[in-house]
Ligand binder design. Structure first.
Ligand code: TXA
Ligand code: MG
Length: 347
């Protein structure tokens, strides 16, 4: 049985944090909210504890974990060198949804945290629950998203329960997370920093602070040899039914629904609220205002909701790659395995 403790209300929740800290100190894993998605944490210097994360998630062991810290001073314990650009990024974006890749100090963190790479990804989350937990614990916490590997990341405590009930001892439930997609992963070990995973801190925001940053397109990331962020090569963010991308255009979607219904297929439509009147069998909203920020917040909830339907396929509308749109389109393309709707699709 997994305990899910509410920590988002103005009640005395000191006991909940104390229990979470005890579990972590005793080599257990605990799920907790961040401003991006829920994380599944373990003390990052405890090899046996970190292994439990991989086991609970069913995560491949060659995919390294992000280390979360609660104070700036801790950083130098885990990394060899903090460049000027890294310092500028810390000042501008921490606490916040930016993970920076540094050369790791050898033999400090558990080897499965870095999956035997000589680098480590570190971030300071901007969420009251996460920060409180980290500061009470006073140790670095390795935490991937708290979903079963391959599923959409959890943006609510309930999502963690859906995926991991019975396989972890505790979820600190802080309600719905803020941004809704994972942190930006920025490799600062190169002369020109590279965005390995787009996220809450956008290329535009980074360039204001540190100058040119490269953001390989999705196709570039998938071509060639081993991807630099090992996690990006796996199937990700996918509900059970196949996902197809479609242009956010009323007529296009109406035609698609008609064609699919003629084939006897049941369709879940994921789209902005203004398209909710279309004749889909299920509709899950990307939001009222149809902004990228709102779509990021709703994306994983909508993808996850499809699993409670008997839809044969999911149609998901696309958006611009401006701002957090780059992260949204990165996750949507992965969730669809790159497939776009066309009238002759064969399931
Ligand atoms: O917002 C987030 O980043 C959330 C919350 C919980 O903090 N965490 C998260 O972790 O998304 P995860 O494990 O689902 O994704 C971590 C990504 C993976 O794509 C992984 O390959 C990459 O970061 N990564 C981690 N360490 C790396 C390293 N040393 N070099 C390159 N990529 C790394
Ligand atoms: Mg993940």
């Amino acid at each position: 049985e997994t305990k899910r403790l509410n920590v988002d209300m103005n009640v005395d929740n000191g006991k909940s944090y104390a229990q979470a800290v005890d579990l972590l100190n005793n080599g257990e894993v605990v799920a907790f909210p961040t401003e991006t998605v829920y994380g599944l944490g373990a003390v990052a210097t405890d090899e046996a504890a970190v292994k439990k994360i991989f086991a609970a998630k069913g995560r491949p062991s060659d995919n390294p974990l992000i280390v979360h810290i609660g104070t700036f001073e801790e950083l130098e314990n885990y990394v060899d060198h903090i460049s000027q650009k890294a310092k500028l990024c810390m000042e501008a974006f921490w606490p916040g949804p930016l993970t920076m890749i540094f050369k790791a100090k050898p033999n400090v963190l558990a080897t499965s945290v870095t999956a035997n790479l000589d680098t480590v990804g570190i971030r300071m989350p901007n969420h009251a629950v996460a920060l409180h937990l980290l500061r009470q614990l006073g140790k670095p916490v390795a935490a991937p998203s708290a979903n079963r590997s391959g599923k959409p990341s959890p943006t609510e405590g309930i999502h963690v329960e859906e995926d991991l009930n019975g396989s972890i001892p505790m979820i600190l439930d802080g309600g719905t997370t803020g941004i809704g997609v994972e942190s930006t992963v920025l490799d600062l070990t190169l002369d020109t920093p590279v965005i390995l995973r787009p996220g809450g801190v956008t290329k535009e925001m980074l360039e204001v602070v540190i100058g040119p940053v490269s953001q390989p397109s999705h196709t570039e990331q998938n071509s060639g040899q081993a991807p630099k962020a090992p996690g990006m090569k796996y199937t990700h963010y996918a509900p059970n039914a196949p996902v197809y991308l479609i242009e956010k255009e009323e007529k296009t979607i109406a035609n698609a629904l008609e064609t699919l219904h003629e084939k006897g297929l049941k369709v879940a439509l994921l789209a902005p609220e203004n398209l909710s009147h279309l004749e889909a069998d299920w509709f899950f909203t990307f939001g009222q205002k149809d902004t990228n920020e709102e779509m990021a917040v709703n994306l994983y909830h909508a993808l996850r909701s499809c699993n409670a339907t008997t839809a044969d396929l999911v149609l998901a509308t696309t958006t611009s790659t401006e701002g957090v749109g780059a992260a949204i389109m990165n996750r949507l393309e992965k969730s669809a395995g790159g497939k776009w709707y066309s009238a002759d699709i064969q399931l």
